[in-house]
Write a protein that binds this ligand. Structure first.
Ligand code: ZN
Length: 381
């Protein structure tokens, strides 16, 4: 799941003219937001809401430049009306299809599927793993039976499975944890290949959440809410990236999608190495826009070098403003803008200005290769 959910209200925009007026009002609105009245010397980091001083162009990109497949979303809609609104928002943003990572199995999967099945071309629902028999002899059999059942019920992939250091089964007791590279999971990952199910994996979290929460922590204003530095018995960030590599290497026929840049936005070279080494590994860019937009030249280079392995995703609800922020970051040349409320950081952000050919791949073509072929692929094969 995302670490960032505070998205602004839905504002209908019908024409370029109206968009301009609304943008102006929005900008003025932001600028007129009452500042927190405090002695300057006692302003807290958590209340710091800088407003850019630069009089430079600002983009508002409501619709993506090319058709999009959103590879990372969740069953946010509470019922049919909200799903209908979601589809409208997708149309407006140019999102052709959204992958719902339900994480559910059994009858819980059935109820999520039933809600989204009304729009078969617009959504796919992926399922979770049934780990309930973990520790017993029947563990793998039960989990595989659960997978086969979900496939019959309409599942097209597996995800999001998540290990932030306390195992996929989120245990306090280290002895009871089922880590991503536990050999007992091997038959499941093999089964996923056999059933043509790509697996979306959330491994670790941004590195600053594992670092001391002191005055040097670069992500402190967001990390404090999600801190993991106070859980010393969790696996370390490095150990978890190794666990990801272990399963990708051990199961070359299974497609793995490491979501959120494998939580390596702080060290994209490491992810670059993994993506080049393993044809069956992809990465989605969901909910890590704020973590890559502060380093636009390096991030763009990374996109250029891995343009066949990156997948657009959101993980942040379905409001038009949310989609627009992602397009602004991927497409525009905007510099030094803030999205403090949405992202929780007061880092200033920049557009990556990705070329058309790369946008097409990240928005659409790489996803099509996975969801149509559902076989390992990519330029590194
Ligand atoms: Zn997610």
């Amino acid at each position: 799941m995302t670490i960032i959910l505070n998205i602004k209200a839905d504002i209908p925009m019908k024409s370029f003219f109206q968009t301009g007026i609304l943008l102006l009002l929005l900008v003025m609105g932001c600028r007129q937001q009452p500042a927190v009245k405090q002695e300057p010397g006692s302003i807290l980091l958590k209340n710091y809401r800088p407003v850019s001083i630069y009089n430079i162009p600002e983009s508002h990109i409501e619709k993506a430049r090319f058709g999009v497949i959103d590879m990372h979303s969740h069953p946010y809609a509470g019922g049919p009306d909200e799903i209908a609104q979601w589809v409208k928002n997708m149309d407006r943003a140019g999102i052709e299809k959204t992958i719902i990572l339900s994480g559910a199995y059994g009858t819980q999967f059935d109820s999520v599927y039933a809600l989204y099945a009304k729009y078969p071309g617009r959504f796919e629902v992926w399922c979770g793993l049934d780990l309930s028999a973990f520790g017993g002899d029947e563990f793998a059999d039960k989990a595989i039976a659960g997978l086969e059942r979900c496939v019959k019920a309409g599942a097209k992939g597996v995800g999001e499975i998540s290990d932030k250091g306390n195992g996929l089964n989120k245990q306090d007791d280290p002895a009871k944890r089922l880590y991503l590279d536990d050999p007992r999971l091997a038959p499941l990952f093999e089964k996923c290949a056999e059933l043509n199910l790509p697996v979306n994996v959330h491994i670790a979290d941004p590195v600053w959440m594992y670092q001391p929460m002191d005055s040097t922590n670069d992500g402190l204003m967001n990390a404090l809410d999600w801190r993991l530095d106070d859980k010393p018995d969790y696996r370390s960030h490095g150990e978890m990236i190794s666990a990801l590599e272990n399963i990708v290497k051990a199961h070359p026929k299974t497609i793995f999608i490491a979501c959120h840049f494998a939580n390596l936005s702080y060290d994209l070279n490491r992810l670059d190495t993994l993506l080049h080494r393993y044809p069956n590994l992809y990465a989605d860019i969901a909910a890590r826009y704020a973590e890559t937009a502060p380093i636009p030249r390096f991030a763009k280079e990374f996109y250029m070098n891995n343009q066949d392995k990156l997948l657009y995703g959101t993980d942040m609800g379905f409001k038009p403003e949310m989609y627009a922020v992602t397009f602004r970051i991927l497409e525009s040349t905007d510099e030094h803008f803030y999205e403090t409320e949405q992202f929780g950081y007061h880092w200033s952000l920049n557009g990556l200005d990705l070329p058309a050919a790369v946008l097409k791949k990240v928005y659409h073509e790489n996803a099509v290769r996975i969801i149509k072929g559902r076989k390992p692929g990519g330029m590194y094969q």
